[in-house]
Design a protein around this ligand. Structure first.
Ligand code: PMP
Length: 296
């Protein structure tokens, strides 16, 4: 699914066939989850493939690495340039790009100097699909920000996400929604969360969540479309009976939510601010907006 005979990857300064590349079973990241990574998308535009917000994603990768005491010898510009080469070598335009920085052999609990930089890309449909999602409040909380750097995208943090999504799927839902350690809604396992009430949008403030790049793009689009977005703490009870809700993330883009804990939202998705922003988002990432002086 992620690669075939011809797929080329970048690993530690070399271009290799994915099928010929390997890693060390004694790598620290394999045992303890001390890697950092990104999830980026590129889109076909009339100017060719465009990596959406490459700078923001690679700045976040370097931030995540710094928080984990991992040294990366590449700049944001170099990583961006390598990613365009990666797309080119694999003939990809609409792609999901996965940079992973992982550490070499070390069984101690000290960070090692052996740092590997791996870039790969593949065609990936919208992560949560196109239908409106049935979501449940998870019994798992997001990690306490005093236990880790929640704004860093660290491989090990995703054990929490996998537990939450697995629980939700086992209970017949499409996705989970996790609370923070104070019982307020934080975010999904791999996406930020917004809800709509009385023509305003609400989302959790930074502090207990990943600072999503899509979340930030929604703020920018909402401002342009004169939609008010309020950052505040709220509980599942505040969300029940709201007009609509959606997840935002690079992989998921803008994904509409049908219900939370079995309670349906009031408005039809097509009539919500989320649907308007979903269209605006797709136009922005594909550089299609304002071509005909209107959003399509
Ligand atoms: N929260 C979590 C936990 C995530 O894994 C992601 C995906 N990176 C997001 C939010 C959304 O972030 P972004 O919009 O930058 O993809």
């Amino acid at each position: 699914m992620y690669y075939n005979e011809n797929t080329t990857i970048f690993l530690d300064g070399k271009w290799l066939k994915a099928k010929d590349a390997s890693t060390d079973l004694y790598a620290q990241t394999m045992h303890y989850g001390t890697g950092v990574f990104e999830g980026i998308r590129s889109y076909y535009t009339e100017d060719g493939a465009m990596i959406f917000k490459a700078k923001e994603h690679y700045e976040r990768l370097l931030y995540s690495a710094e928080k984990m005491h991992i040294r990366i010898d590449y700049s944001v510009e170099q990583l961006t340039e390598l990613t365009y080469q990666l797309l080119d070598r694999n003939n990809l335009t609409n792609a999901y790009i996965r940079p992973l920085v992982y550490l070499g052999q070390n069984m101690s609990l000290q960070i090692t100097e052996e740092v590997h930089v791996f870039l790969c890309a593949w065609n990936w449909e919208r992560y949560l699909g196109n239908k409106q999602l049935k979501v449940m409040t998870s019994s798992f909380q997001r990690p306490n920000p005093k236990s880790c750097f929640v704004e860093a995208k660290v491989t090990g943090h995703y054990t929490n996400s996998i537990l939450a999504t697995t629980e939700a799927k086992n209970k017949g839902c499409d996705e989970a929604l996790l609370l923070d350690m104070n019982g307020f809604i934080a975010e999904g396992p791999g996406a930020n969360f917004f809800y709509e009430k009385d023509e305003k949008l609400f989302t959790a403030p930074l502090g207990n969540i990943l600072a999503g790049i899509t979340r930030q793009t929604i703020f920018e689009l909402a401002q342009e479309l004169e939609i008010e977005v309020v950052e505040k703490f709220f509980t599942p009870e505040d969300v029940y009976g709201a007009d609509g809700a959606f997840f935002t993330g690079t992989a998921a883009e803008v994904a509409g939510i049908e219900s939370l804990d079995g309670r349906k939202f009031n408005a039809r998705w097509e009539e919500t601010l989320g649907a308007t922003l979903s269209t605006a988002y797709l136009n922005r990432v594909q550089k299609k907006e304002y071509k005909n002086f209107e959003l399509v």
